[in-house]
Design a protein around this ligand. Structure first.
Ligand code: CAA
Length: 380
């Protein structure tokens, strides 16, 4: 076993830390309040290679390992989870899915631009009645010979209006249930493709989340990813890696809140001494530190599994389940340590607490992670 990062991984981690402090931090409160998408920041992240981190350089990517991606996600999420979810969806769900299962033509046309951040992508699986129960797709993609025709609505889509390329999961043959589902690449501006209103959210308010409406949208067959009926497996395989990215996001949110609480506890005085000298506060910090370190081990292990060709469905689900729980608990305690100041936006911890909640919901709720984990351990 080796718990050390390589020199390259340390440099990438430092680059992400510097970017988060210098570029994400200054306007993070304003973006959250105004629900403003970090357009300029996303452009810079593209330049830094954060949007196609694991993609082969021949398709414009950075050619790095999953652990490097996790380190970047962690550092960005300490400061701004709205920005890190954009990174996560583009890397794990869009670029990875296309690089792993796309045709050479699809990679040339889409991946090369997605991995450099010239454009960003969205992953469209959830529906009003198919969130956790993802096989119950109501959106249809009817086979018309050389093209499909898509009809239906997708919900809660990250990068909903800012994406240029959408990976849409839809039912082609209802009788075949999940084996009749396809994944199709839809371009922004396709006739009949409408972007619904922006959701007004509790957290990650800087990311743009929309419903998407498809009215007789024609998609050429060459835009299908994988063989006919591969769409559901495509979604499951892609989400298995996506969960490592969201686990890293949860870890970063927890670590960011902990670092703020630790600093504050050494500055703020009560009863004649810094509050960190009170055991009530010191024990909270001890619990937070221990839980974050445990979450970090699970997240890095899941990344290591993926990089070493091991199965990562189980380790990714455990990492997401635990890290998101730690994010929620740690951010609540960070607000508590800050007392009245914690309830005020200027101190950042209330935003981190609001941002933490989504990590227990998207890319599979905590309950779905328990389904994945229990099925995996019981089949052994
Ligand atoms: N890898 C490969 N195949 C998989 C798989 C995996 N990880 N998980 C399931 N499958 C396959 C199964 O083997 C099965 O195929 P066969 O019939 O050929 O054996 C098929 O998929 C159906 O599997 P199940 O019978 O297990 O299906 P189920 O209905 O019981 O559901 C589930 C399984 C795990 C609950 C799944 O529905 C699920 O993951 N739900 C949650 C969906 C989710 O995560 N949504 C997030 C939306 S995306 C998002 O949030 C992005 C964003 O914007 C941030």
């Amino acid at each position: 076993m080796n718990f050390s990062l390589t020199e390259e991984q340390e440099l990438i981690q430092q680059a992400a830390r510097d970017f988060a402090q210098n570029d994400l931090f200054p306007e993070v409160i304003e973006r959250d309040e105004a629900q403003r998408f970090p357009k300029e920041e996303v452009r810079k992240m593209g330049e830094l290679g954060f949007l196609g981190m694991m993609v082969d350089p021949k398709y414009g990517g950075s050619g790095l390992d999953t652990l490097s991606y996790v380190l970047v996600m962690e550092e960005l999420s300490k400061v701004d989870a709205s920005s890190s979810v954009i990174v996560s969806v583009n890397n794990s769900l869009v670029c990875w899915g296309l690089e792993t299962y796309g045709t050479e033509e699809q990679k040339e046309k889409y991946l090369t631009r997605l991995s450099t951040g010239e454009i960003i992508g969205a992953f469209c699986l959830s529906e009003p009645e198919a969130g956790s129960d993802a096989t119950s797709q109501k959106t249809t993609a009817i086979d018309k010979g050389d093209h499909y025709v898509i009809n239906g609505t997708k919900n809660w889509i990250t990068n909903g209006s800012s994406a240029e390329v959408y990976l849409v999961i839809a039912q082609t043959d209802k009788d075949k249930k999940h084996k009749g589902i396809n994944a199709l690449i839809v371009e922004k501006g396709a006739e009949g493709f409408e972007i619904g209103p922006k959701e007004n959210k509790l957290g990650i308010r800087g990311s743009d989340t929309h419903s998407l409406i498809f009215n007789d949208v024609k998609v050429p067959k060459k835009n299908r990813i994988g063989d006919d009926g591969f769409g559901f497996k495509f979604a499951m395989k892609t989400l298995a890696g996506g969960r490592i990215g969201i686990a890293a996001q949860a870890l970063g949110i927890a670590a960011g809140a902990y670092e703020l609480a630790l600093k504050y506890s050494k500055e703020r005085k009560a009863f004649g001494t810094e509050i960190s000298n009170h055991q009530a506060i010191a024990f909270k910090l001890a619990d937070m530190h221990t839980q974050i370190e445990a979450a970090r081990h699970l997240v890095y292990k899941a990344a290591w599994d993926k990089d070493n060709g091991n199965d990562y469905d189980l380790s990714g689900a455990m990492a997401k389940l635990y890290a998101s729980q730690v994010a929620m608990e740690t951010t609540v305690e960070a607000v508590q340590i800050h007392g009245g100041n914690g309830f005020v936006k200027d101190y950042h911890v209330e935003r981190l607490m609001r941002d933490a909640k989504i990590t227990q919901i998207y890319e599979g709720t905590s309950e779905i992670q328990k389904i994945v984990i229990s099925r995996s351990i019981l089949k052994r």
